[in-house]
Design a protein around this ligand. Sequence first.
Ligand code: NAP
Length: 261
Amino acid sequence: MNLGISGRWAIVCAASQGLGKGCAEALANEGVNLVINARTADTLEHTATELRTRFPAVEVRTVVGDVSQEPVQAALLAAAPQVDILVNNAGGPPPGDFRDWDRNDWLKALDANMLTPIALMKAVVDGMAERGFGRVVNITSGAVKAPIDILGLSNGARSGLTGFVAGVARQQRLAGNNVTVNNLLPGAFDTARLQKNLQIVSQTQGSLESVTQARRQSIPAARFGTPEEFGAYCAFLCSHYGGYITGQNLLIDGGAYPGTF
Ligand code: NAP
């Protein structure tokens, strides 16, 4: 299926590995030019080189830095001739006990997982509406629907973003001009972030192998998702055909969420 977005420009934040990279790959596979970002220059350049080699028709630009910093956001916006697609992503906040977190911990989580996506959306959505095409995908978490107690910073910050998106996505100025805003909610995906979380759990609950196996078996699909699967869903939402999907929180979790709706 040709998704009808070849030649468009996308900013994909936090994209040197994991889910962000999966989105960048799937968009590049559709002929979308990319501005990708991460804090570590080496890994980011390595990913950019890989993408350029695999998808020679696509232009790939890089912006190194913490996406929650305003100068980095400005550099990302300046690097694309125009922004047709925005994939918001950042590392998730650390796990822990809320009794140990102070105001600064909360501000960091809010900055990375709520205020940064809002700032980038603010910068691009009106231009998208004027041009009659725009797609925003925010990578959030299944924890928005089924909170995980040790991920309180994530539960809180991402719920704030989710509430904001529910309102803004339904503005006729956006939805009526073919600009969609959706949240993609990953369950357990096989990335460095998941491996790190499993290692933390294994410090108190058994070997890494047994903790990993138990986590897999807690999922109806009996496996972790892949960044490739995640990226394909993202690319579809960003496609020509995604224009009637907006304001949604879309789980991709192998059936892990136990509710009917
Ligand atoms: P990952 O494999 O650890 O990759 C994170 C990527 O983001 C890396 O490229 C990292 O590169 C970059 N990054 C992190 N913080 C950044 C920042 N402040 N500014 C710019 N780039 C940044 O993580 P992932 O599993 O893909 O997770 C992506 C998001 O999905 C996270 O918010 C995570 O909490 C959420 N999530 C993941 C899962 C899962 O199972 N994997 C489940 C639910 C939610 P640098 O370190 O070089 O910056």
